[in-house]
Design a protein around this ligand. Structure first.
Ligand SMILES: Cc1cc2nc3c(=O)[nH]c(=O)nc-3n(C[C@H](O)[C@H](O)[C@H](O)COP(=O)(O)OP(=O)(O)OC[C@H]3O[C@@H](n4cnc5c(N)ncnc54)[C@H](O)[C@@H]3O)c2cc1C
Length: 453
């Protein structure tokens, strides 16, 4: 009988373990805390929430709400435990942390085939040993994976450049919410010098005049920032500095960096603007655009306010806000198969934030899928993944294929789903709801037609 070993007792590992236990498997879960702590965790409990106590919105027309709907339909332990430990928080699913961890621990411990081992795993057995004892391993060690295991994973994949220790996320904007009447133009840098000025470029450029630029810089300087964790302080890389750090170096630094106007001829004036922001496509549908080089630690409401000063972004809606923080994650699209197992060893699966998703629920979602994929592999069956136009399917697709831009951790958002065309008389909120309903229908049909249990 197959043996399952799950490394990491966080959101993804606990959910993955649960999905395996409920299919009748034996699971050993290795958690290094409390023997060895991470820089952010405070306890030895499973599923400790390191920061906010919210698993985000439950609202019907929202991406996090849709994700929880799908997870709940697949008997998610994390959503179940969160509901048990829920505290009032409007439309958000917020929890009492201790009760949440206790609910997870007691659900897992109710299976006699579950064993928790308090130990740091520094390496995994090789493929031959796993085949010999018919074992499978799930790595779900999160954004603060211990150094020795990180080193082992690099060796296993023989790919040092595929492990990232920090994310530097630029905001992603809903393309539809950009006001194109404020001078925005599509062009690649230097396209007119190359005689390509008549072709639509791949960047949407937002030009700023001197006054607009200075107002923006002043607002960045005055904005409130996310507090740094003690273990994060000194590690910015020159190539991906937060914009506020660049502004500290001088008012014009951004104009010589990500807001450089050189080579961007404004069709309104025939000249380069004083400064410009470039937006790059994040998906082939063109519904998601990222702000190139705009990683930032400004608080989310501040990002909305400060970026709203940029002509064209006054009413911008953000699919993902910018961030910069310590975050160990692998370049999954090149290292993993479609079932989240490693190309280097098909008996090892990767789940959670380390696979390139962002957020408690998203991490648990990857654990849920891995639990089902691993069960299928051990049972010599196929687990047909949820369709691409569901939130689980969209996140899985992102992790296994990436997007058009750099591979940066992704949260659940409606930009990952097929858009609903603008229609007269239908509000944006209604179209969001329609988008979610289409995804739910797709999910429900998949569940009733394709899922065995
Ligand atoms: C400081 C910080 C704050 C965050 N705040 C939020 C937030 O407010 N909201 C949100 O949605 N997301 C937040 N995140 C992002 C992310 O969603 C959470 O980190 C989430 O817990 C990730 O789930 P996970 O299961 O992948 O990892 P974790 O929940 O971190 O679980 C991984 C577990 O693996 C253990 N482990 C690590 N290495 C080993 C090893 N070698 N052997 C055995 N055990 C090991 C760790 O101790 C940990 O318990 C935050 C991340 C960080 C780093």
């Amino acid at each position: 009988m197959a043996q399952f070993h799950v490394v990491g007792g966080g959101l993804a590992g606990s959910e993955g373990a649960w999905q395996l236990l409920r299919q009748g498997h034996s699971v050993t879960l290795y958690e290094m805390r409390p023997k060895k702590m991470t820089p952010a965790h405070q306890t030895g409990q499973l599923c400790e929430l390191v920061c906010s106590n919210s698993l985000k919105s439950m609202a019907e027309g929202s991406a996090p709400g849709l994700l929880k709907y799908e997870m709940e339909a697949l008997d998610s332990l994390i959503v179940k435990a969160a509901r048990k430990a829920q505290v009032p928080a409007g439309q958000a699913l917020a929890v009492n942390r201790e009760q949440f961890s206790e609910a997870v621990e007691s659900a897992l411990s109710s299976f006699p085939s579950f064993k928790r081992v308090d130990a740091e795993i520094t390496q995994l057995p090789d493929v031959a040993s796993m085949e010999a004892d018919d074992s499978y391993w799930v790595v779900a060690t999160g954004p603060l994976t211990s150094d020795s295991l990180s080193r082992f994973l690099i060796e296993m994949c023989q790919a040092p450049s595929k492990l990232h220790f920090y994310d530097a996320i630029a905001p992603v904007i809903d393309a539809e919410s950009i006001d194109l009447s404020k001078g925005a133009f599509w062009a690649d840098r230097w396209s007119d010098e190359k005689g390509l000025e008549d072709q639509k470029g791949s960047y949407l450029n937002l030009p700023l005049n001197k006054q607009e630029y200075e107002t923006f810089i002043d607002a960045v300087q005055a904005a409130e920032m996310m507090p740094l964790h003690s273990f994060e302080e000194v590690h910015y890389f020159e190539s991906c500095l937060p914009i506020e750090v660049m502004v500290e170096r001088g008012k014009d630094t951004l104009r010589f960096g990500p807001m450089k106007p050189a080579g961007l001829t404004d069709p309104r004036t025939g000249r380069w603007p004083y400064a410009a922001i470039q937006l790059r496509l994040e998906n082939v549908e063109g519904t998601m655009l990222s702000m190139v080089g705009f990683q930032t630690k400004m608080k989310w409401p501040e990002q909305k306010r400060v970026f709203g000063l940029i002509p064209g972004l006054e009413s911008a809606e953000f699919f993902r806000f910018g961030s910069v923080h310590k975050n160990t994650y692998l370049h999954s699209p090149s290292l993993l198969r479609a079932d989240l197992s490693f190309k280097a060893n098909p008996r090892v699966f990767l789940a959670g934030q380390i696979s390139g998703v962002e957020g408690y629920t998203e991490s648990a979602a990857m654990g849920l899928l891995v639990g089902r994929f691993a069960h299928a592999k051990a049972s010599k069956r196929t687990f047909e993944s949820p369709p691409r136009n569901t939130m689980l399917g969209a996140l899985l697709n992102y992790v296994t294929h990436g997007g058009l831009g750099d591979y940066q951790p992704m949260n659940a958002n409606l930009g990952l789903l097929s858009p609903i065309e603008k229609q007269k008389g239908i509000s944006k909120a209604d179209r969001k709801l329609m988008q979610v309903n289409v995804a739910k229908q797709g999910f429900d049909s998949w569940k009733s037609e394709r899922l065995q249990n």
